[in-house]
Design a protein around this ligand. Structure first.
Ligand SMILES: Cc1ncc(COP(=O)(O)O)c(C=O)c1O
Length: 397
């Protein structure tokens, strides 16, 4: 074998980084690649509003194009958007963030999560997060060089994470906790006094809390607690907020991070070398959303709430026991009674009844035995999906 050939083959073997090889592709996407090849499927799968962006918000984007706003913005994002967000956080939660130094506009919460991890994690630092968990938290921690430590949650506690379970997993290397309430995939909302216990742990062990509050506006009959409002937490929290869910703006790719200046400065450094800035058109539309989107949000929330009730009752009626989710737009029923694993359930349901749900295992070990059903879809589709699922459960129950 010639030396030249040898070098090439060694390169080929190691072409993908070990870090990237160590993470799996999202269990959600894998499933939806199959669905895209089928016809007549009712999807309770993708976690995305079925509303289009309210027209006045889209118009602001279109108008920005007409005015010739087609250039970069500052790395941190349009100052006007940061000022509007600072006003919004102040009036909604009484939190004062300096728009110049404490707010960064990101390409969705997705980018915010990545920036947060890359800005605070050193090699082998441990990052805790309740399991089942949103699919990106673990991979973002690992890609930043950290170690992801899932904290089990159970249906007996409505999938709320217990302080005792967090405490048990804290070591000298624990650097951060990522929480996301209202939660994807469970729909769980944690109350203020429950979150306060996490705050105490963060204070005692000097941890940063990354709080993904993308579903902050989607709560039903309960109040959302912004984690940064808890005593001593503003300086310890990286608050991640978005437009995708509340304003039905998933395709615009815009979100924000709010945190103390040194953290925002660090996140901006990574952002400027990778994204440079969020798209200006999306930022212009986001200004309109924060300034004048409230009525549309309230209408959508009322609509989701009706669908939530129908799905919750329907699932329990057909024998898929489900606790009451008080936020986001997901139900997380148990499929244990069918004797199928969550992946078998989702696959057979798709092939036999053409209803798509996401296996709980896609969200972590403690999601096994459950499936995620998204109710951000037409009421008629929810009703038909429930009929089909009822037939399916009768066969397997
Ligand atoms: C909990 C959670 N965080 C973040 C995201 C990503 O949000 P964005 O569209 O702002 O990147 C999602 C999307 O499903 C989500 O469910």
């Amino acid at each position: 074998m010639s030396p030249r050939f040898k070098v090439r083959s060694e390169r080929a073997r190691g072409i993908i980084s070990k870090r990237v090889e160590s993470i799996s592709p999202s269990g959600i996407r894998k499933f939806f690649d199959i669905i895209s090849t089928m016809e007549g499927v009712i999807s309770l799968g993708v976690g995305e509003p079925d509303f289009t962006t309210p027209w006045h918000i889209s118009e602001a984007g279109i108008y920005s194009l007409e005015k010739g706003y087609t250039m970069y913005t500052s790395n941190k994002g349009l100052l006007e958007l940061r000022q509007e967000l600072a006003r919004h956080l102040s009036s909604r939660y009484g939190l004062e963030y300096n728009p110049e130094t404490e707010i960064l506009i990101t390409v969705g919460v997705s980018e915010g999560l990545d920036l947060a991890m890359r800005s605070i994690i050193n090699p082998r630092d441990e990052v805790l997060s309740p399991d089942p968990t949103f699919v990106s938290y673990g991979p973002c921690a690992v890609l930043a060089g950290g170690v992801f430590v899932p904290v089990p949650t159970t249906v007996e506690n409505d999938f709320k994470v217990r302080a005792a379970d967090i405490k048990k997993r804290i070591t000298d290397r624990t650097k951060a906790i990522i929480i996301g309430y209202p939660n994807n995939p469970t729909g769980t909302v944690m109350e203020r006094h429950e979150l306060a216990e996490i705050a105490e742990i963060a204070q005692k062990h000097d941890l940063i809390v990354v709080s993904d509050e993308i579903y902050n506006r989607l709560v039903y009959g309960v109040e959302h607690t912004c984690f940064a409002t808890l005593p001593n937490m503003k300086d310890r929290t990286i608050l991640l907020g978005g437009f995708s869910k509340s304003y039905a703006m998933t395709g615009w790719r815009v979100g924000y991070a709010a945190a103390r200046p040194e953290i925002i400065e660090a996140m901006t450094k990574v952002h400027q070398y990778t994204m440079l800035c969020a798209p200006i058109i999306a930022q212009m539309a986001a200004i309109e959303a924060v300034k004048a989107g409230e009525a549309a949000v309230e209408e959508m929330v009322a609509d989701y709430d009706q669908r939530r009730r129908v799905m919750l009752k329907g699932l329990n009626d057909i024998g898929l026991a489900c606790f009451e989710p008080k936020g986001a737009f997901y139900c997380f029923p148990s499929v244990k009674g069918t004797g199928l694993s969550s992946e078998e359930f989702a696959e057979k349901l798709l092939l036999e009844e053409k209803v798509a749900v996401v296996p709980g295992l896609a969200f972590g070990e403690f999601g096994e035995g459950y499936v995620r059903c998204c109710y951000a879809t037409a009421m008629t589709d929810i009703e038909e999906a429930l009929r089909r699922m009822g037939r399916f459960v009768e066969r397997y129950g």
